[in-house]
Design a binder for this molecule. Structure first.
Ligand SMILES: [Zn+2]
Length: 412
């Protein structure tokens, strides 16, 4: 049995019909629909010469034992956001299954290295606000106490929802046992952005996941009457914030792949007859290079001080969240580039703005790389998420090539 990319696409459609509705994919982690998707998947792997189990964090492992215990890990996630797309996460899993079938057949059930397909639990964090849940438990970067108290806003505690699916938060650290013998990790994913479509390329090598600096910024001025306060006597907090909103574009554009976003602006008192006395904004900055990220953060802080002074205001910053950039493994990047080039006669390297399970695996010290396939219109987390079928098939072929190269690499 050789690789059949068309079967992977057909199975993705099967999964869509089983777990989606007119609003899109409904495989939210820890729900009945998600469990149904996992049952469907378990039935698919039954005929293969594999061992199948769920780890302490609910990650779903399918292992094809090889002559060597050193393992190639192939990962994805069957869970989706509510009203999600049919490919996000699922493409990786179904491409991985197709590759597992090919390898099992080619080596008579016993490949030279062990192959492990993993369907990570709750990549999206859609219900409890905790992304990369299963992979962070695997990586040992997880914090149990912070998650114990989470709830879904509808009265369901995260701890109880997991228990319903047979997962105990207290046992999460046991998932790190799965790291044993892991020699490399590869993940295929839809791009979820517009870059590849714009440059007309089907596939890309992913350099790593960008680091993030996320801050809340408050400008303080003076509330004043909009009729009686002359323009030169105002301390308009919104004016200072507005200058920063434009300046972050200049700050980001100095670097090829950097992005800065002011996603939220709140004004107080927020009425039509008052100068804004307080303006609260958020800033999200991302880049793959830690030095660039630090520079952008510094420049935004300096600019905010300058604009606050110009408007007779003051400014204060507080960090909401941050994560360091995660560059992928240089040798696996090269192998991925070869696989892309051999399949599509093109090559392109780009960082990932969104985080992925691969970032957690890489943080665990396991050599990691990802491959992207083009997304139509750059839309994801939405029912209109799509990719040309020829590109989906091409991605399965290229990813299979990467798997073969990674197996060779592990042996050497
Ligand atoms: Zn995903």
């Amino acid at each position: 049995m050789s690789l059949d990319p068309k079967r992977a696409v057909a199975e993705l459609k099967e999964l869509r019909a089983l777990t989606g509705d007119e609003n899109g994919a409904q495989r939210v982690a820890w729900t009945d629909t998600w469990l149904k998707a996992r049952e469907w998947f378990a039935a698919k792997v039954k005929s293969l010469p594999v061992e199948h189990h769920y780890d302490a964090a609910g990650n779903n492992w399918v292992t094809l034992p090889g002559a060597s215990e050193r393992s190639l890990l192939i990962g994805g996630h069957l869970d989706s956001v509510p009203n999600g797309g049919w490919l996000d996460g699922a493409l990786n899993v179904m491409a991985g299954l197709e590759i597992l079938r090919r390898i099992a057949a080619e080596y008579g059930g016993r490949p030279p290295v062990t192959i492990r397909l993993v369907d990570w639990a709750d990549e999206e964090g859609a219900r409890f606000g905790r992304s990369l849940l299963g992979s962070s438990a695997f990586a040992g970067t997880h914090s149990i106490e912070a998650d114990r108290i989470r709830n879904d806003g509808g009265g369901m505690k995260m701890e109880d929802a997991l228990r319903r699916c047979g997962v105990e938060i207290a046992k999460f650290p046991d998932a790190a046992k799965e790291q044993k013998n892991a020699a490399a990790y590869i993940e295929l994913h839809i791009e979820q952005g517009p870059v590849l479509e714009r440059i007309g390329l089907p596939l890309a090598v992913v350099l790593g996941t960008k680091g993030v600096e996320r801050h809340n910024i408050i400008f303080h001025g003076q509330e004043a009457h909009s009729g009686s306060t002359p323009m030169n006597a105002r301390r308009d907090a919104l004016a200072a914030a507005a200058k920063l909103a434009l300046e972050i574009r200049t700050i980001a554009k100095k670097h090829e792949d950097a992005v800065c976003t002011m996603g939220s602006v709140k004004t107080f008192p927020g009425i039509v007859t008052a100068v804004v006395g307080r303006c609260e904004v958020t800033l999200d900055q991302r880049d793959l290079n830690a030095a660039v990220l630090a520079q952008m953060y510094r420049e935004a802080q300096e600019a905010s001080q300058r604009f606050a002074a110009e408007e007779n205001c003051t400014v204060e910053w507080s960090r909401l969240w941050n994560i360091e950039p995660v560059p992928f493994h240089p040798q696996l990047l090269d192998l991925c580039q070869q696989a892309v080039r051999e399949t599509s006669a093109t090559s392109h390297r780009m960082p990932s703005g969104p985080l992925h399970d691969a970032a957690e695996v890489s943080r665990a010290g396991i050599p990691t790389v990802m491959m992207f396939v083009q997304s139509l219109k750059g839309i994801s987390h939405n029912k209109i998420e799509d990719t040309k079928e020829e590109h989906l098939e091409m991605s399965v072929v290229a990813f299979d090539r990467l798997a073969s190269k990674a197996m060779d690499w592990i042996q050497n």
